[in-house]
Ligand binder design. Structure first.
Ligand SMILES: NC(=O)c1ccc[n+]([C@@H]2O[C@H](COP(=O)([O-])OP(=O)(O)OC[C@H]3O[C@@H](n4cnc5c(N)ncnc54)[C@H](O)[C@@H]3O)[C@@H](O)[C@H]2O)c1
Length: 324
């Protein structure tokens, strides 16, 4: 199947392109950016040059529709969006890209001839409110949602709009809610710090993660697989699903890092404040509908991330721009 991946030059986009190719699908990448620097981490030079690319703004529905028609798209994975810090600093731009951009994708899909493409969109665990709002968990997909960020409310709006397109226009839609996704290529966003810590370990540099508490660390390869299975598996309705990886407190994360690379004991330090998003989520509905999707154990995911960063360092391709 030909799959339009919006935000295809981003972190998740690159790994989803990898997964799609591995399963015999043909990704068509759509992005505002024109540099495939994250793709270079997971695809060969030949794969990158042979991948169709459509440059455009995801909020431009005509452009998205034209790309779908031009490439004969059979499925859409919608990832393009701005992260928490940008939505906080520029809420109007955040709403334009995240909310209108998602509507533009849904509208483009609606206008295509039958069989219209299923749309799997990136929501976020940031739709949940702070941990103090809930019992200790694991929390089901449908508990009350009261996020403390514009970003979280934009994602709720997108989940709702996807349901409406499904109900009113019979479009197949699925939303997925990642928590902290980590792995090579994660270099922007509020929860990119664990990946930066691993990059600093590869470089032998000190790094402090500014927050602490409990988080759900999800290896990027697992999340890529979940998106592709939700696109290709038998459809179960317009749900918004929690994802679940390794739910750990920051000390456990630090211990796992030390087990992978003992110098983490001196080089990596952590903060204390809990991120204000409920961290203990139940993914059993997703597992029942599209599973099994077994999570990579934390130590294994961290080891793989460190090895890839070290390989990039040895090859002279490690991008350190996100380290300041
Ligand atoms: N990475 C995570 O831990 C995480 C967690 C929860 C949710 N998400 C969601 O998953 C999606 C992908 O996340 P990511 O980590 O790959 O982000 P990313 O920032 O690495 O990638 C986003 C991509 O979207 C593109 N983009 C931005 N504005 C655009 C526009 N107007 N038109 C077209 N393209 C545009 C960017 O150029 C970039 O390539 C996002 O929607 C994000 O909110 C990610």
């Amino acid at each position: 199947m030909k799959v339009l991946v919006t935000g295809g030059y981003g972190f998740l986009g690159a790994w989803i392109a990898r997964d799609l190719i591995d399963r015999g699908h043909e990704p068509v990448l759509f992005d505002l950016a024109s540099t495939p620097r994250r793709l270079e981490m997971v695809l060969s030079a030949q794969e990158i040059t042979s991948l169709p690319f459509a440059q455009g703004d995801v909020a431009d529905s005509d452009r998205v529709l034209a790309a779908c028609k031009e490439h004969g798209i059979g499925g859409i994975i919608h990832l393009a969006g701005l992260q928490v810090p940008t939505c906080r600093a520029k809420p109007l731009e955040g709403a334009r890209v995240n909310v209108l951009g998602t509507l533009a994708v849904l509208e483009a899909a609606r206008q295509l001839p039958e069989p219209r493409p299923r749309v799997v969109l990136a929501s976020s665990a940031a739709v949940f409110g702070p941990p103090s709002m809930y019992p200790s968990g694991p929390l089901a997909d449908q508990v009350p949602l009261r996020p403390g960020t514009h970003y979280g409310w934009f994602k709720i709006c997108n989940e709702g709009n996807a349901r409406v397109y499904s109900q009113e226009h019979k479009l197949e839609t699925v939303a997925l809610r990642p928590w902290t996704v980590y792995g090579p290529g994660r270099d922007v966003g509020m929860t990119s710090e664990p990946t930066r810590a691993v990059k600093c370990l590869a470089l032998g540099r000190p790094y402090k993660i500014t927050y602490g508490g409990i988080q759900d660390l999800q290896f990027v390869g697992d999340i890529a697989r979940a998106f592709v299975q939700c696109l290709t598996g038998p459809y179960k309705g317009p749900e918004a699903y929690n994802l679940r990886g390794a739910v750990v407190d920051i000390q456990e994360f630090h211990r796992a890092l030390c087990a992978v690379e003992p110098t983490a004991k001196e080089l990596i330090s952590v903060g204390e404040s809990q991120l204000q998003i409920a961290p203990n989520l139940d993914d059993s509905l997703l597992q029942a509908h599209y599973g099994p999707l077994p999570p990579t154990p934390l130590e294994q995911g961290l080891r793989k991330t460190l090895t890839m960063f070290r390989d990039q360092l040895a090859a002279g391709t490690l991008d350190v721009a996100d380290l300041g």
